[in-house]
Ligand binder design. Structure first.
Ligand code: UDP
Length: 458
């Protein structure tokens, strides 16, 4: 550095889409960046209740909240319009403040890849920018091919072959949450992630090299991507981060009662409990809930089932009372605490990308029961590529029957197939640790990102 030249301080502004599966990985990535000495602010929409739990000054991450000003939203279009204008307003405010008080500070916006318009705001404000993907490389490669017109979703032929991936059938490809009428807007939201990617400074994925080597190598021929995951709290992996808060800064959008749950799990034998959770958004139909409930009853294992408050009314009458000696039904739980508990032997999951990565990284075998979106593709990889679980079959009525659920639980809990799955799960658990550990691929990618950020303005 020349004499009299003042070093710039780097400020990362992390901007997740306000859903649990987006906030969690971006918070963990933020913590990794902060541990490398950067100043980090995570900006998101928070309810008042969570605002009171924001970290005190001991933390090296600041959480900034955006308020929606009680806007009345009745359509999806209105939601996005309101959302983008509030984000823009907040970023303008933050940059103005920085220009006034932190003259030697330069910011980089790390934005959620599903809000590509954030790149335009970053450029207008003179910020550098990174697009952060909270989905797998495989799913991203599929959306890339859809955007390029190389495949249609849903596919018309029996299967598609894409580089770096196993053959994919229709039920392995991403689908809309609702019905075919919503498919075009869902797909355009997803393919939109690639709309301006050539103009962004960095592209970061919540995944890790050894997990998706082949498809990552292919995607890297199109874009300079960096894999920085698994984005899971350090205390469950490499245990190197000092500022690794139990509460994760109160950024959980749902409430849970940790103490009772852990005590209950403590009282159970090793690998004897089936953990069931479908993430923060998926909603099963009433008939499907009944089949899951009866499947759990049939299986004879202890179970812990997360049924969000909004879903509770779909539970069969008396189910909770009838099964109280064997199972617990809770509205939400600290999932990583559960997955890392020795009593948990398998995870019936919707295969959201975070849940998939969490189970993989903690070595928990899975019963894949995907519902929509990228979950279908993740389920394919869980069973056929990483071989860490089985996938439920859907019957002619479009349901996963109680017999099927019982059978799948046994496949991952008992006998030879279960041993094989357990062995594979252990392998991925170790590889996840290696990736984020000192000198691992994700650790080095984060180091390189930090270095490039530091030289960006010099
Ligand atoms: N999660 C949790 N408690 C629960 C259920 C889910 O903490 O009871 C967390 C889970 O650990 C994951 C996130 O919520 O980090 C859900 O993200 P995912 O991508 O798996 O699914 P989504 O909610 O986006 O469908």
């Amino acid at each position: 550095m020349e004499r009299n030249q003042i070093a710039v301080e780097i400020h990362v502004i992390a901007l997740p889409f306000p859903a649990q599966g987006h906030i969690n990985p971006m918070l963990q990535f933020s913590k990794r960046l902060a541990s490398k000495g950067l100043k980090v602010t995570l900006v998101t929409f928070l309810e008042n209740e969570n605002l009171t739990k924001l970290p005190k000054h001991s933390s090296n991450i600041t959480i900034e909240s955006i308020s929606d000003n009680n806007a009345v939203i009745s359509t999806v279009e209105e939601y996005w319009k309101n959302f983008s204008s509030m984000v823009e307003q907040k970023l303008v405010e933050m940059v103005e403040k920085q220009n006034k008080f932190g003259k030697h500070m330069r910011s980089c916006l790390v934005y959620d890849s599903i809000i590509p318009w954030a790149l335009d705001i970053a450029k207008q404000l003179g910020l550098s920018a990174a697009s952060f993907f909270t989905q797998s490389c495989a799913v991203s490669a599929i959306y890339y091919h859809v955007r390029e017109g190389k495949i249609n979703v849903p596919i018309e032929q029996d299967f598609v072959s894409l580089e770096g991936m196993p053959q994919l059938e229709s039920h392995d490809l991403p689908s809309s949450r609702y019905n075919s009428e919503d498919q075009p807007s869902f797909i355009s939201l997803m393919t939109g992630q690639f709309s301006n990617l050539k103009d962004v400074d960095w592209i970061v994925f919540s995944s890790f090299n050894s997990l998706e080597e082949e498809v990552m190598n292919w995607l890297a021929t199109q874009y300079p991507i960096k894999l920085v995951g698994p984005t899971i709290p350090s205390r469950y992996l490499d245990n190197r981060l000092e500022d690794d808060d139990d509460d994760d800064y109160g950024l959980s959008l749902f409430k849970s009662n940790t103490k009772t749950l852990i005590e209950w799990l403590d009282s159970k034998e090793t690998s004897s409990v089936v953990y069931v959770a479908f993430g923060s958004l998926a909603a099963l139909g009433e008939k499907q809930m009944e089949e899951v409930a009866n499947g759990l009853k049939r299986s004879d294992y202890h179970f812990l089932w997360v049924v969000r408050e909004s879903e509770e009314k779909k539970l069969p009458q008396n189910f909770v009372d009838e099964t109280s000696d064997r199972g617990l039904v809770v509205g939400w739980c600290p999932q990583l605490e559960i997955l890392s508990h020795k009593s948990v032997g398998c995870f019936i999951t919707h295969c959201g990308w975070n849940s998939t990565l969490e189970a993989l990284s903690l070595g928990v075998p899975m019963v894949a029961m995907p519902q929509w979106g990228d979950q279908l593709t993740n389920a394919k990889f869980v069973t056929d590529v990483w071989r860490v679980g089985v996938r439920v079959k859907v019957n002619v009525e479009g349901l996963v029957s109680k017999e099927e659920i019982d059978w799948c639980i046994r496949q991952v809990m008992e006998g030879e197939p279960a041993n094989e799955i357990r062995k594979n799960s252990e392998k991925w658990k170790n590889l996840a640790r290696v990736a984020v550990g000192e000198g691992g691929s994700s650790d080095m990618n984060i180091d390189e990102f930090v270095k490039q950020l530091q030289s960006y303005w010099n």
